[in-house]
Design a protein around this ligand. Structure first.
Ligand SMILES: N[C@@H](CCC(=O)N[C@@H](CS)C(=O)NCC(=O)O)C(=O)O
Length: 133
């Protein structure tokens, strides 16, 4: 069994990002599905990693004794790129890397909240009052 575990909730785009990165890099991992309906992401073991009770959470015991545990998609992707550079996710040149981070920053600053305002009421029945403004 892989010593690398990814804790995820079905249908979660942030979790998909990490799954994609692991596949692109050819890294084996054990996917650990959590059920949002049972609040499994709030288990003490996971709250110790992310007190906000959100996934993805990556536990990377890579067998070399310097395993790592992270939450937050971008920090997980950054860790994977540094630890397993083949192939690089964030560009091969300084210009490519800057262009990618520019796009990521623009999305996070201008798109993520707005998409959440629409998707949370639709998919999680949360925050429907936000749609009635
Ligand atoms: N900024 C976080 C967002 C993660 C996030 O929103 N995860 C959602 C699934 S898409 C979650 O865990 N929700 C559980 C909950 O709200 O109780 C990241 O990029 O990792």
């Amino acid at each position: 069994m892989s010593k690398r575990e990814l804790y995820f909730i079905s249908g979660s785009p942030p979790c998909w990002s990490v799954m994609l990165a692991l596949e692109v890099k050819g890294l084996n991992y054990t996917p650990v599905r959590l059920y949002n309906s049972k609040s499994e992401q709030n288990a003490p073991k996971l709250l110790a990693v992310n007190p906000r009770g959100e996934v993805p959470v990556l536990m990377d015991g890579n067998g070399s004794g310097d395993g790592a545990t992270f939450c937050e998609t971008l920090s997980i992707l950054t860790y994977l790129d540094a630890a397993y550079p083949e192939p690089l996710l964030f560009g091969d040149t300084s210009t490519e890397t800057a262009q990618m981070w520019q796009s990521i920053s623009e999305c996070n600053s201008n798109l993520t909240d707005q998409v959440g305002d629409i998707s949370r009421p639709l998919f999680q029945n949360k925050g429907a009052n936000l749609l009635i403004r």
